[in-house]
Design a protein around this ligand. Structure first.
Ligand SMILES: C[S@@+](CC[C@H](N)C(=O)[O-])C[C@H]1O[C@@H](n2cnc3c(N)ncnc32)[C@H](O)[C@@H]1O
Length: 229
């Protein structure tokens, strides 16, 4: 699926947010991690600074830093305006206000951009798109994916979700997804229960776990799938 930069909402979260969203413990950070659809998250940059191992895969890495930054500044004000107009749908705890959210997103972008060229040379940012990833099978301990699957359930079909989840499971022993709410309806993704059912029927261990991060009201659940305990 070729991605047009115009259609991407390039917003990225920080290591602090990833830790909360995915309920990552200290020992999880030492795992070999694949970030699927990491986009402009500063997770990879911050983890690398700590000496940890993260590879991020996203079609946005087709573009250079200047193009990505331009796209970010094209959309950030409308995203913040939208948050301001629907404030009651969100919990203002991690961020105290839409303005603070905007500032934080800029800091995250700057951290990502500061690491991007080096990370590309080091093959820590690789171009790829679901549902098929050109990555060696079973080469990661843990895969994390936020704000794509389940989040865009109105645009991405059940078949796309299932193929993508299965593909990510080929790459890592354990996979975590957050959030499980659909951004459009702000309800639990319609694809979630059928996916869980399908994975369980294949003998995988599936868990819905509450995490200490809730921005979309009711969106504090993470999906964790493990192949081998
Ligand atoms: C809203 S951003 C989320 C970034 C990051 N995971 C975070 O939570 O901060 C969604 C990302 O999904 C990426 N994306 C879109 N289509 C994709 C696909 N088919 N496979 C992998 N990533 C895709 C976009 O390029 C974008 O970076």
């Amino acid at each position: 699926m070729a991605v047009e930069l115009e259609n991407v909402v390039p917003l990225g979260r920080s290591l602090k947010e990833y830790r909360l969203m995915f309920g990552l413990r200290e020992e999880d950070l030492d795992k070999k991690i694949l970030g699927v659809a990491d986009g402009i998250a500063s997770f990879n940059a911050e983890m690398t600074e700590l000496g940890k191992t993260v590879v991020s895969v996203d079609p946005i890495y087709n573009f250079d830093g200047r193009e990505i930054k331009e796209q970010f500044y094209k959309i950030i004000d409308s995203v913040v305006d939208q948050l301001r107009n629907t404030q009651e749908d969100y919990i203002w705890e991690f961020f105290k206000s839409p303005d603070e959210y905007r500032e934080y997103r800029i800091q995250t972008l700057d951290k990502f951009i500061g690491d991007y060229d080096l990370g590309k040379r080091e093959r820590r940012y690789i171009i790829g798109d679901l549902p098929s990833l050109d990555i060696e099978n079973s080469s990661f301990d843990l895969a994390l994916s936020a704000h794509l699957l389940f989040f865009y359930s109105d645009q991405l079909s059940y078949e796309f979700h299932l193929a993508s989840v299965k593909e990510i499971l080929r790459k890592a022993n354990e996979v975590r997804f957050f959030p499980l709410l659909d951004i459009k309806s702000m309800n639990r993704s319609v694809h979630l229960d059928p996916i869980i059912h399908e994975l369980e029927s294949e003998g995988l261990s599936v868990e819905l776990r509450e995490v200490d991060f809730e921005m979309q009201r009711g969106g504090n659940m993470m999906l964790r799938i493990v192949k081998e305990q």
